[in-house]
Design a protein around this ligand. Structure first.
Ligand code: G1P
Ligand code: ZN
Length: 544
């Protein structure tokens, strides 16, 4: 086995976005493209000699080939040991769990999360640091800078490693350890939740649930945890076999894409509980019988009931939510007398707060919820947390949610996505909005008056780093908010995200359809940003 040094030239488009480098498979398959990025990671993370890394992906098309390349490059770059998930599979939360459990230097996650897969789909690669969380901007900036000047990479010429057999093999001077993808993660879940109580609920026969893994990475985890360990019947997990193209679906757990689940939960004879997760297992959607829980409300409910789960029995230190997430969790934090932090979009902003012990729970409106047990959002963790609460309270999802609104009031919330907008048009829209923010304060729209308007900027309270231009916000005196931002994870054109929220304290008004309750705000959002005129789209492509 010899180490080859391969001459290469920079690709100028390797800037990591909201969550790593995400591109179409055809882009990643260009000669040297993946290798350049991987070498840039290795060059940016310090001495690798003797260090342990974790490696795994969501099983999408190109996962296996990429893993073989990365293993050989890691060996050539002096890495001591790589723990790789069996068959190249590890969910994003499992990577975070394994990095932390074994004190690894970091890990590489291969995923484009909820983006479609297959030869015509997307692929992605992300580096996570030793706390188990996504690399902060300081590191992703360094990786990007390296990609711009790179002129060679190192790779071992060797045979492929057998990824389907557990155990250790040598690759040059590096040990490759193929690990059970589920075991460490399942043990962590057992340490946090009351598995006995959940078992009693699930095995009772009177509680019917469905977990939709959407042919993505959580299939093996969900079969093992819900069906085998927690006694839910066989067939509880649907679409449980990971497929390279996710069965042609879009592995994003929302009401539009998780249609199989939605049919079972909103049709005749609905089940009691339904949940879904995304491509790499970090997102979740929670449904009750004919009832949808918004991710913002889900975070609020978990925070309000945290002490029911053994792992959080002593209470939570604080909550963090991304800026566009509704303010429902803030109301719980206020009642608990703890802090609620508002961060930019993307999980990487939660890491410092959790490391410093400032927050225990965090979440995003984009179907992401998590806690300081790892440093990623965690789909199955959220599902288990809900099951733990249901098992203790012996109430339905809807009853729990309505009681919550009765106590805290309801934050009506919706996100409208305009996908595939021509980039120039999207940029014009945001630039014009930024220009308009200074003159909106005090302006009246119907019964609502603008209290503030700005382009959100965040100063990290722990390391003082500043992130600017994180989304245009318009806040009203009655607590309603409109937020606009461009997606940082798309791979084609631009995606405009519009987030709208209003607060309703009156229980008698808690049964409205959110689109109706938010109707005037949606109209105001268009009036201010000229969305329809500028995007030339009549309506959003996805509403959640
Ligand atoms: C989206 C979500 C964001 C999430 C990210 C990764 O990013 O909006 O909350 O952290 O995916 O899952 P965006 O495309 O909006 O930049
Ligand atoms: Zn994801």
């Amino acid at each position: 086995m010899t180490i080859q040094t391969v001459a290469s030239r920079p690709f100028l488009d390797q800037k990591p976005g909201t969550s790593g480098l995400r591109k179409q498979v055809s882009v990643f398959k260009q000669p040297h493209y993946l290798e350049n990025f991987v070498q840039s990671i290795f060059d940016s993370i310090g001495p690798l000699s003797g260090q342990t890394l974790v490696l795994g992906g969501d099983g999408r098309y190109f996962n296996r080939q990429a893993i073989q390349i990365i293993l050989k490059m890691a060996a050539a770059n002096g890495v001591g040991r790589i723990k790789v998930g069996k068959s190249g599979i590890l969910s994003t939360p499992a990577v975070s769990c394994v990095i932390r459990k074994y004190n690894a230097l970091g890990g590489i996650v291969l995923s484009a999360s909820h983006n479609p897969g297959g030869p015509n789909g997307d692929f992605g690669i992300k580096y996570n640091i030793s706390n188990g969380g996504p690399a902060p901007e300081k590191i992703t900036d360094a990786i990007f800078a390296r990609t711009q000047v790179i002129d060679r990479y190192s790779i071992l010429s060797a045979l492929d490693v057998d990824l389907d057999r557990l155990g250790e093999t040598q690759l040059g001077g590096m040990t490759v350890e193929v690990i059970d993808a589920v075991a460490d993660y399942q043990a962590l879940m057992e340490s946090l939740f009351d598995f006995d109580r959940i078992h009693t609920l699930l095995a009772s026969g009177s509680f019917r649930m469905c977990m939709d893994s959407m042919h993505a990475v959580t299939g093996p985890y969900a079969h093992g945890i819900f069906e085998t360990r927690l006694g839910a019947g066989l067939g509880t997990v649907q679409n449980g076999q990971p497929l390279e193209d996710f069965g042609g679906g879009h592995p994003d757990p929302n009401l539009v894409y998780a249609h199989d689940l939605v049919e079972r939960m909103f049709g005749i004879d609905p089940l009691d509980f339904g949940a879904a997760s995304d491509g790499d297992g970090d997102r979740n959607m929670i449904l009750g019988s004919r009832f949808f829980v918004t991710p913002s409300d889900s975070l609020a409910v978990l925070a309000a009931n945290a002490t029911l789960a053994p792992g959080y029995k002593d209470g939570i230190a604080g909550i963090a939510r991304s800026m566009p997430t509704s303010e429902a969790p803030d109301r719980v934090a206020a009642k608990l007398g703890i802090d609620c932090y508002e961060t930019p979009t993307g999980w990487k902003f939660f890491g410092n707060l959790m490391d410093a012990g400032k927050v225990t729970l965090c979440g995003e409106e984009s179907f992401g919820t998590g806690s300081n047990h790892i440093r990623e959002k965690d789909g199955l963790w959220a599902v288990l947390f809900w099951l733990n609460i249901l098992a203790v309270k012996q109430q339905s999802v809807e009853q729990i949610m309505r009681a919550h609104w009765q106590t805290y009031g309801r934050n009506y919330y919706s996100r409208h996505d305009y996908e595939g907008v021509e980039s120039d048009r999207a940029n014009t829209l945001i630039t014009q909005l930024r220009g308009a923010t200074s003159s909106l304060k005090g302006k009246k729209f119907g019964s609502r008056e603008v209290a503030y308007s700005d382009d959100f900027s965040y100063t990290d309270p722990i390391d003082g780093s500043v992130s600017t231009k994180q989304g245009v916000r318009i806040g009203f005196t009655d607590g309603a908010r409109i937020v606009y931002r461009l997606s940082g994870t798309g791979t084609q054109g631009a995606t405009l995200r519009l987030y709208v929220e209003s607060y309703e304290a009156d229980v008698a008004k808690h049964a409205q359809d959110p689109q109706d309750a938010l109707g005037d705000l949606i109209a105001i959002a268009d009036e201010v940003a000229k969305i329809h005129a500028l995007t030339q789209m009549e309506k959003p492509t996805v509403i959640t």
